[in-house]
Design a protein around this ligand. Structure first.
Ligand code: SF4
Ligand code: SF4
Length: 353
């Protein structure tokens, strides 16, 4: 590793990165379009990948439904921090005579791709750069993680024209993922499979994770439009009680999503604060980060993961009263109180017309 790679590593670690790695055009060759660095910077030769940690105490508090805002704010802040760090590194490289471009940690897509709203193709896939450069490895969920942190991390990438020496992927035996599949049972939407795998090849190396289903499934839950588990015994921090349909077609799922969005716009203002998302608007809808369970259940080791999973499963169900009050109740009480609500209010949280 030459001086420049070490300097970059030091630059990022001083600013909180827990891992840093490097990928090149060659090590990303043959991957999906979002592994093509030249989309971000036509002169690209390399990418710098890094990870920042989320706050584990705040994750535990949201899984246990003790406090949601603190986690939501932390998640947004770490995403902003990662984006700023990526841009800061790009400037640092430019000052040294190299072309470089920072990227957004999240929510930035190739909008010229037909139907991009349904597949959310990123400008660059931080996950692909991360796994190929050995910053983290794929877990079963398709999220990426690091031993000692699990998948509770935020990634970002800086793309540059300078040739950096690529780092190796994490060997399989050193992966943080032991295939416990708690991520599968923590997902109310069924977005990824329990047994079916998919793979991608980047620069001649093949990586596997769970096969994924329609993005609409995750949009329904991760978008905050619903959050009730399939058995009705727990929920995410969303008060939505619409069942996520199984075996529906892509068209049916997106029709359901459209209806859910229209209902969601009529929900009263939440009593539990804005969580920092109040001003994040997607097509006029203020987004709340109410799920991410597959990512945040997956903690540093098996013991911590199991504890997180128990917290989630025993955390009860969220409902929203007519005045906007958000309350967390044991599942039976939540169901009873919900049943007693005004039918017009109830319909906003279900798929009823
Ligand atoms: S929850 Fe278990 S199976 Fe899922 S990614 Fe984490 S370690 Fe792997
Ligand atoms: S964010 Fe939520 S709905 Fe989406 S895949 Fe993860 S657990 Fe499932």
């Amino acid at each position: 590793m030459s001086g420049l790679e070490n300097e970059i590593r030091g630059f990022l670690q001083e600013r909180g990165a827990i891992r840093v790695g490097f990928a090149s055009l060659e090590t990303l060759a043959g991957g999906p379009p979002s592994a093509d660095l030249t989309y971000v910077l036509p002169e690209a030769r390399s990418a710098v990948s890094f990870a920042l940690p989320l706050d584990l105490q705040k994750i535990r508090a949201t899984l246990a439904k003790k406090s949601h805002n603190a986690f939501e704010k932390n998640n947004i802040e770490v995403n902003v921090e990662a984006t700023n760090l990526s841009i800061e590194l790009a400037r640092w490289l430019e000052e040294r005579g190299h072309k470089a471009r920072g990227t957004f940690a999240n929510n930035f897509y190739r909008q010229e791709v037909k139907g991009w709203q349904r597949t959310l193709p990123p400008d660059v896939s931080h996950r692909y750069v991360t796994v190929r450069s050995g910053v983290a490895s794929f877990g079963w969920s398709g999220n990426v993680g690091i031993k000692g942190y699990g998948s509770s991390i935020i990634l970002d990438t800086t793309v540059t024209s300078v040739e950096l020496e690529a780092t190796d992927p994490i060997p399989e035996e050193d992966s943080y993922c032991d295939r416990c599949k708690l991520c599968v049972t923590s997902c109310p939407s069924g977005f990824f499979e329990k047994d079916k795998e998919t793979s991608i090849t980047l620069g001649g190396k093949t990586f596997t994770h769970a096969a994924r289903n329609s993005y609409a499934l995750c949009f329904l839950v991760c978008g905050g439009f619903t959050g009730i588990s399939k058995d009705g015994k727990w929920s995410t921090f969303s008060p939505g009680r619409m069942e996520v349909p199984e075996n529906a077609t892509e068209a049916e799922l997106f029709a359901r999503l459209q209806k859910a969005i229209e209902n969601y716009k009529k929900w009263p203002r939440r009593s539990d604060g804005d969580g920092g998302y109040e001003n994040v608007s997607l097509k006029g809808v203020n987004m709340r980060l109410t799920c991410g369970c597959c990512q945040i259940v997956c903690a540093k080791d098996k013991k911590a993961r199991t504890e997180n999973y128990k917290l989630l499963k025993n955390s009860g169900c969220v409902i929203q009263r007519e005045d906007g009050d958000i309350v967390v109740l044991p599942p039976e009480e939540a169901a009873k109180e919900f049943e007693k609500m005004d039918p017009a209010h109830k319909a906003l949280y279900t798929d009823a017309d």
